[in-house]
Design a protein around this ligand. Structure first.
Ligand code: FES
Length: 145
C-alpha cells in the first residue's frame, strides 16, 4: 500500500510540472539552425575517434561542435567511429541538423528549406528576433552566418 501511494505521488509530481519546463529540457522541440541544406562529406575519421556532431547549427567548425551551443539548450552529440570504417572512407554528415539518423544525412534536407522558412515566418517570437543573440530555438532563426 505504501509503495502504491509513493508511486502515485511521484506520478502526480510528473504530471504537475509546467509545460514550459518540459519544453525547455526537451531538445526534440528546440529547433536548430539549418547550417546548410546538404551534408558534409568527411573522410578524416578513423575507428575509435570520438567526434562531437554540432546539433545547434552555430558552430564555425562544421560539422563538429566548437562550443557555440552554450546558452541555447541544445547540446552536441558524441559519435564514436566504430570498427568497419575503411581508412579515408567518406561519411556524409548531416548539415541541416534535422536528420532522423544523426550524425548521418538521411535525406531530410530535401524540401526542408521551405519548411524552415514557413516555421520562421510563423514564429511567435518573430518580432523579437533582432534581440535574440544567436538562435531562436522556437523556429531556428539565426542572424546571417
Ligand atoms: S543534410 Fe541533414 S539530412 Fe541531409
Amino acid at each position: 500500500m505504501l509503495t502504491v501511494l509513493r508511486f502515485s505521488s511521484e506520478l502526480l509530481s510528473l504530471v504537475a510540472r509546467k509545460p514550459q519546463e518540459e519544453t525547455a529540457k526537451n531538445t526534440d522541440v528546440l529547433y536548430s539552425a539549418a547550417t546548410q541544406y546538404f551534408p558534409y562529406a568527411i573522410s578524416d575519421v578513423k575507428e575509435g575517434d570520438v567526434k562531437y556532431w554540432c546539433r545547434c547549427g552555430l558552430s564555425k567548425d562544421q560539422p563538429w561542435c566548437d562550443g557555440s551551443h552554450k546558452g541555447t539548450g541544445i547540446t552536441p552529440m558524441a559519435w564514436k567511429v566504430t570498427a568497419g570504417r575503411a581508412p579515408a572512407e567518406v561519411a556524409y554528415i548531416c548539415g541541416c541538423k534535422h536528420t532522423k539518423n544523426p550524425p548521418f544525412c538521411d535525406g531530410t534536407h530535401n524540401g526542408l528549406k521551405e519548411v524552415v522558412e514557413t516555421r520562421q515566418s510563423a514564429c511567435a517570437k518573430r518580432d523579437g528576433h533582432a534581440q535574440d543573440c544567436k538562435l531562436c530555438t522556437r523556429c531556428g532563426w539565426v542572424p546571417d552566418f
